[in-house]
Design a protein around this ligand. Structure first.
Ligand code: SAH
Length: 346
């Protein structure tokens, strides 16, 4: 029988798990805090538990090994990028950024990705596997322990599509925000999706005050389909409908990510159409200058043009920011770092 990955269980699941073993539920709380508050990994060392329980937990549960494989420091802005080695030798990428208000972390939710966006390095070899909730929280704990910091902001924007790994991403959010664990506020968690419409409705119905971020990248179905295969399944109309439902349900403002690609989505007609489709949607636009990758031949607009797009969009009464680039000297945004390592090892 497969062993249960004990540090992937949510607070409620863990209590139920120990009760099923004939223990009192507070044992589950102790175990939860041991992993998610104290960031420990060896259940054999949890001396609060009776020896018998520790022994049987060692038999029927597991904690998968995860280590720092490589670490890159930016001299420009203190950004740190990690490559973590998982117990099956897969590698994932995580980025820690320092802001005035604290530390923010960008975590991966899958090894690879199957969404196939043409400008994204993470998807070039397809989906290898989903990450477990423990592998998501451990990206945070390992970085925090290594840097001796406390993370206050989480974005699910690394490799992978969180809504394609829905259950694990939600369990991750449940675990990391729990008051008996790390206790990060749900308001300080952002989940980014390329637009899996039915899952946006599911997420809205969970009614969590997290920020939902939608990768839009074009207001035209035809153009969007060329750069994002998911757009062949769901139209922009359907996507915006789902976003409105999300806003209504959660009362949270939606963020639209818009990767700027020269002459592809930065034209006057794009701006005008964006203004039209986002009219009346409580939202914010985050413009991301394209990070060129080898497999995608397009480029980003000039700085002047990026600022022009921002100014023009603001005329529609939309709040618009330009994503600040972090860790420019350690390259490798958006899955490029992991890819450069896995390619070299072949
Ligand atoms: N799968 C999720 C989250 C991961 S990608 C999603 O699609 O939203 C996080 C953001 O980075 C997305 O908006 C994605 O489109 C964008 N992105 C990916 N590769 C990029 C690149 N080379 N340059 C600029 N933005 C990129």
């Amino acid at each position: 029988m497969d062993k249960v990955e004990i540090n992937s269980l949510t607070f409620d699941e863990l209590k139920e798990f120990v009760v099923n073993l004939g223990e009192k539920s507070y044992r589950g709380e102790q175990i939860f805090s041991y992993f998610h508050k104290n960031k420990k990994v060896d259940i054999g060392e949890l001396h609060l538990l009776p020896r018998d329980l520790r022994e049987s937990l060692k038999d029927i549960t597991e904690v998968r090994k995860m280590d720092i494989f490589k670490k890159y420091f930016s001299k420009i802005d203190n950004t740190v990028k990690y490559l973590f080695l998982l117990d099956d030798m897969n590698i994932i990428e995580t980025v820690v950024m320092e802001y005035k208000h604290g530390y923010s972390i960008c975590i991966s939710t899958q090894v690879g990705c199957k969404m196939g966006c043409s400008f994204c390095a993470s998807t070039k070899e397809g989906l290898i596997r989903n990450l477990t909730p423990a592998e998501m929280v451990n990206q945070i704990y390992l970085a925090e322990k290594d840097l001796n910091i406390n993370i206050s902001n989480i974005v699910l924007m690394g490799s992978g599509e969180p809504l394609d790994n829905y259950d694990n991403s939600l369990k991750f959010i449940d675990i990391i925000s729990h008051s008996k664990g790390h206790n990060i506020s749900l308001r300080d968690i952002t989940l980014s999706t390329c637009g899996l419409v039915p899952r946006i409705y599911d997420l809205a119905d969970e009614n969590l005050p997290i920020t939902l971020s939608i990768s839009l990248h074009s207001p035209f179905d035809e153009e969007r389909r060329k750069i994002m295969p998911i757009a062949r399944r769901y139209s922009i109309d359907e996507l915006i409908e789902a976003c409105k439902y999300y806003v209504n349900k959660t009362n949270r403002r939606i963020t639209f990510e818009y990767t700027l690609i020269e002459n592809v989505n930065d034209r006057d007609i794009d701006i005008k159409e964006l203004g039209r489709i986002l009219k009346g949607v409580k939202c914010h636009i985050n413009l991301i200058p394209l990070n060129p990758i080898r497999e995608y031949k397009e480029d980003r607009p000039s700085r002047k043009n990026i600022e022009r797009v921002q100014r023009e969009l603001m005329k529609y009464n939309i709040s618009v920011t330009i994503r600040r680039e972090m860790g420019g000297d350690i390259s490798a945004s958006c899955g490029q770092l992991r890819r450069s390592v896995t390619q070299n090892n072949k």
